[in-house]
Write a protein that binds this ligand. Structure first.
Ligand code: C2E
Ligand code: CA
Ligand code: CA
Length: 704
């Protein structure tokens, strides 16, 4: 490389006959034709003291030439004769014009030499003027260059100028700051030492493209390594500077630090693809992976499985312990599940308390079964959150599929059906999807349609199961239970159609029907048997119904139309209903009890049964679930539980009602324990309205 500064290349696009001498008298630049005048090659003169070539040259402080006065005034100097010594030590006279200019803080002098043969005064003047003009242009260019240099140095954008071998000729402050190197460390280097090792190839490829004439400008991105070890992402714009003849001179490189931008967009795309709470992949990722897996499976064969895990009673956790604990629980479960996730598989949060697991490359359906067990075992140990040990269960629906499976959405739908079936089988189960389940899903749909018709066709009716005072054996009340007599299928169990109705909005109409009919019936009994301790009626309210804003107005209007005394109405809700929104539940209970309506807590003992919670709700009646009253196998443990629940109710001043009494033995035992009320097949099943009317006040069981 030449020793003169890169910007001096600008002179190559200026006219011939140019010499540049710095203020120490060193020749910084000499054009080929001036050198040729004296038989030299430019390289033989460049970098040397001018006094070796022009012996009469003197740099005197008083001399204008090289003096700073000129540098500032920036005007053309007089024409002068300059004696140059040629190769054979002969001096040759040339006429020259001197132009002082300021560059890089130093005084530079550009001397234009005029051919000595130009003796003709007119020609000479023309040529001089020509050169003057050109030199003036040069000074303008130099000034521009100077401005450019300022723009370059002070530019916010990191910039550098490199030679055609990509070595740094000049670099600005912003660039130095960006990579933590000093200007001195960078000068003369190429970018290798501060390029991120994996990106070295990028620079080479671009350099080749730019030097092979293909293009004059390239844009690309690469990574640098900051002195402190940080990775810096840059967007680079590199362009070739050429002279008037089209020769390549150098490269001007302007860069942009896009590290933060990259990080932000990475964060954004992470957010788009991940669940913010657990950090797991989200639905979108899952669907993407599923279709990829599907395509792969079509090529390579093999089996895949999708497992849909849904936590049991997660809602309850949220409501009892608060959303913060609920969130922590989900995160903890996600972490445990992640540990069980094979690298080839995908785990994602599907929303709420649902997780999806996508497994690929299974050899047999059994492997999916094993996987489901493994995922459920993740919850075998309680999870400690905020000092509480939470026991969580989940239900898992499994779908096994292969390349033949056509519709992805069907896979998830089927996993959902299987999960639904698993839930029905109780907590902590998994079910593998089968076509039968699909049929069930289809028939569930059909049945819902029929239930809609049943409502208008009058196929739904209320039956009443007597409630007995265990001490006296008198029938004191009834539980209203809905019956569906399907014209073709016969009786459809309420467990089936009530849960169907709960999944659609039909539950509101069903609930309204139950309330209307029950209250109407109870009111009739009360007028028929005004003195026989008119019976109360208990009506089941499903969760969504209880939380509907129409609840209180609906109850009030049914009481008003029927004329039933509010104290004869008991509303049965289950614990999970009350957990849905504890604050709201309390306020509704409060409103109802102000009206004189009592609450019975149904299925007591099967839910969370937190004691502090029981005192908070303070239902008038607790209904001990049948599983305690007539368990599949009688045991001492169970008997103790029964005893505890009854004495608890008594202590809290609640009426205890035992459900599902089937034997005389159970009846006697409950009476002994001081249980207040009972119902069950031992006394009577739920019977139609007219039959029930005959049971009001009767002693049960009647001796047959
Ligand atoms: P539940 O509220 O726990 O009702 C008690 C269930 O136990 C009734 O079943 C009743 O027939 C049954 N049962 C009563 N005594 C005995 C017994 O000694 N042994 C046995 N094994 N079972 C006995 P059912 O009528 O099939 O109702 C099932 C569930 O359907 C009810 O459970 C309730 O949750 C729901 N349900 C019924 N009618 C309505 C209604 O009108 N509205 C709402 N929301 N839910 C209803
Ligand atoms: Ca009930
Ligand atoms: Ca019950």
């Amino acid at each position: 490389m030449d020793t003169y500064p890169s910007w001096l290349r600008v002179l190559e696009i200026l006219p011939p006959h140019v010499v540049v001498v710095d203020d120490h008298g060193i020749i910084c630049y000499v054009s080929g034709d001036v050198a040729a005048l004296t038989g030299h090659q430019p390289d033989e003169i460049r970098g040397f003291d001018i006094r070796g070539w022009a012996p009469k040259w003197h740099l005197d402080a008083d001399d204008d030439i090289g003096g700073t006065t000129y540098v500032r005034s920036n005007r053309l100097h007089d024409r002068r004769v300059l004696e140059l010594r040629d190769r054979d030590a002969n001096d040759r006279q040339v006429t020259a014009i001197f132009l002082p200019i300021a560059l890089e803080g130093k005084a530079w002098i550009i001397a234009a030499t005029i051919d000595e043969d130009a003796t003709d005064a007119r020609t000479f003047d023309v040529r001089v003027r020509d050169v003057e003009a050109r030199l003036h242009a040069a000074s303008v260019v130099a000034e521009l260059e100077e401005r450019f240099r300022h723009a370059f140095d002070d530019n916010m954008a990191p910039m550098m100028i490199t030679d055609l071998d990509d070595r740094i000729l000049s670099v600005n402050v912003a660039f130095c700051q960006m990579i933590g190197w000093t200007r001195d460390q960078l000068m003369g280097q190429d970018s290798t030492p501060f390029t991120f090792p994996e990106d070295l190839g990028i620079s080479e490829v671009t350099h080749q493209r730019l030097t092979s004439e293909e293009v004059d400008r390239a844009r690309y991105t690469k990574r640098y390594l900051h002195k402190d070890g940080r990775v810096v992402n840059v967007e680079i714009s590199k362009s070739t500077a050429r002279d008037v003849r089209g020769n390549k001179l150098y490269f001007v490189i302007s860069e942009r630090d896009v590290t933060e931008e990259r990080m932000l967009s990475a964060q954004l795309s992470h957010q788009a693809l991940h669940d913010p709470l657990t950090g797991l992949a989200n639905r979108a990722v899952f669907e993407d992976r599923l279709s990829l897996a599907h395509a792969r499976m079509r090529r390579t064969g093999g089996l895949g499985a999708v497992l849909l895990m849904d936590l049991d009673d997660f809602k309850g956790v949220n409501d009892v312990h608060g959303h913060l604990v609920g969130d922590q629980l989900l995160t903890a479960i996600a972490q445990r599940l992640e540990l069980e996730t094979r690298s080839s598989d995908t785990l994602c949060r599907f929303g709420g308390d649902e997780f999806l697991y996508l497994a690929e490359g299974l050899n047999s359906p059994d492997e999916a079964d094993v996987l489901a067990v493994r995922l459920l075992e993740v919850l075998a140990l309680p999870i400690a959150i905020a000092g509480t040990q939470l026991e969580v269960h989940a239900s898992v629906g499994v779908v096994i599929w292969d390349g033949e499976t056509v519709d992805h959405s069907e896979i998830v739908r089927n996993a959902d059906s299987a999960m639904y079936e698993a839930k029905r089988r109780g907590k902590g189960h998994h079910v593998i999807f089968t076509p039968t389940l699909q049929q069930q899903a289809v028939s569930r749909f059909a049945l819902t349609q029929e239930l809609r018709k049943a409502l208008t066709n009058g196929e739904l009716a209320m039956h009443y199961q007597p409630i007995v005072n265990l001490a006296t054996s008198h029938v004191v009340g009834f539980e209203a239970l809905m019956r569906w007599q399907h014209p073709e299928r016969g009786a459809i169990p309420p467990n089936v159609f009530i849960s169907l109705a709960e999944q659609s909005d039909l539950i509101f109409e069903l609930g309204a029907l139950a309330l209307r009919e029950s209250v109407e019936t109870a009111s009739q009994w009360n007028s028929t048997y005004p003195n026989s301790g008119s019976p109360f009626i208990t009506v089941n309210f499903s969760s969504r119904q209880f939380h509907s804003p129409d609840l209180v107005p609906g109850v009030v209007s049914s009481l008003m139309t029927s004329g039933l005394h509010p104290e004869k109405l008991v509303i049965e809700i289950t614990e999970s209903t009350t957990l849905l929104d504890v604050a709201e539940t309390l306020s509704v209970i409060e409103q109802l009890s102000r009206l004189g309506i009592a609450i019975a807590l149904d299925d007591f003992g099967t839910g969370y049964s937190s004691l502090s919670y029981l005192t908070l709700l303070h239902p008038k009646i607790i209904k001990i679930d049948q599983s305690f009253v007539s368990p599949p196998r009688a045991s001492v443990h169970n008997d103790t539980l029964l005893e505890t629940i009854i004495s608890l109710g008594q202590k809290l001043n609640m009426t205890v009602l035992a459900e599902g009494i089937e034997t005389e033995h159970q009846f006697n035992r409950l009476r002994e324990l001081g249980c207040n009320l009972g119902q069950g097949y031992f006394f009577s099943r739920a019977v139609p309205k007219d039959e029930a009317r005959r049971l009001v006040g009767v002693m049960l069981p009647t001796e047959s």
